[in-house]
Design a protein around this ligand. Structure first.
Ligand code: DGL
Length: 256
């Protein structure tokens, strides 16, 4: 039976969610986190809904076996596909992540907002509803293949990908770039080199961490022990775990 000092399960299709995990760890240092990256089945963003749902169901079963007290879906694609269904099925708190279009809308001046996300995220009802409300001036840009470059830490290829992606747009007329996939958060340094300095680069990690705190507090589930992080992957642990570790430490030091 899960209690306030049980782990919080966090998952993503791969290494991207460790950026979210870093924000969670910083916001809630007393919590124990169990992170699962589904690298063997990545990418999710170009699969069918049913395929993504099957991956998510397997991960949920695994996390529930570890008696987690709450789950954070550190993946915009899996949130869009599965969050509503999982909340209907399970009683424990389930927190998702979505593209930070609302904060982008709030800071928008007269320019456009480029929303980078997987083809699946941009196609589903959840994003359509967000776009209806906050989409003025927003241009959705599906980025198939980009998460793979983050998984491989292929910075030079990612730079070429982004330059090509932005080539139709006058970047001096852009107010914000929304990183609507948790993998893309690790492209921030590259984006900062490519984008004019006044363009805001937004992600959903901090908002998700704050939401988790609110939900745990409301359910009387905030831990009072020593926090910890355990990393797991469906990929080759020898290859993937060092990448996760490196990315998480980098993100933690950037957050400080
Ligand atoms: N990290 C995921 C997201 O936030 C998806 C990447 C993928 O598996 O395509 O959308």
């Amino acid at each position: 039976m899960a209690d306030r000092n049980s782990c919080i399960g966090v998952f993503d299709s791969g290494v991207g969610g460790v950026g979210t995990l870093a924000a969670l760890r910083r916001e809630l240092p007393s919590e124990r986190f169990l992170f699962y990256g589904d690298t063997a089945n990545a990418p999710y963003g170009t699969k069918t809904r049913d395929e993504v749902m099957a991956c998510v169901s397997r991960i949920m079963a695994h996390l529930l076996e570890q008696d987690v007290k709450a789950v954070v879906i550190a993946c915009n694609t899996a949130t869009a596909v599965a969050a509503a269904e999982l909340r209907a099925k399970y009683a424990l708190p389930i927190i998702g992540i979505e593209p930070a279009l609302k904060p982008a809308h709030e800071l928008r001046r007269q320019g456009s907002i480029l929303v980078l996300a997987t083809p699946m995220t941009l196609k589903l009802e959840k994003f359509r509803a967000l776009y209806e409300r906050y989409g003025e001036g927003a241009i959705p840009l599906p980025c198939p293949g980009l998460m793979e470059l983050v998984e491989r830490e292929a910075d030079e290829e990612a730079r070429r990908y982004l330059l090509e992606l932005f080539s139709p747009y006058d970047l001096t007329k852009v107010d914000a770039v929304v990183l609507g996939c948790t993998h893309y958060v690790f492209l921030r340094p590259l984006l900062r080199q490519i984008l004019p300095p006044n363009v805001e680069v937004l992600d959903g990690n901090l908002g998700t961490a704050r939401q988790l705190r609110r939900v745990l507090a409301a359910n009387d589930l905030l831990a009072d022990g020593d926090g910890s992080v355990t990393l797991e992957t469906s990929g080759d642990p020898q290859i993937v775990l060092p990448v996760m570790q490196r990315l998480m430490e980098k993100e933690l030091s950037d957050l400080n």
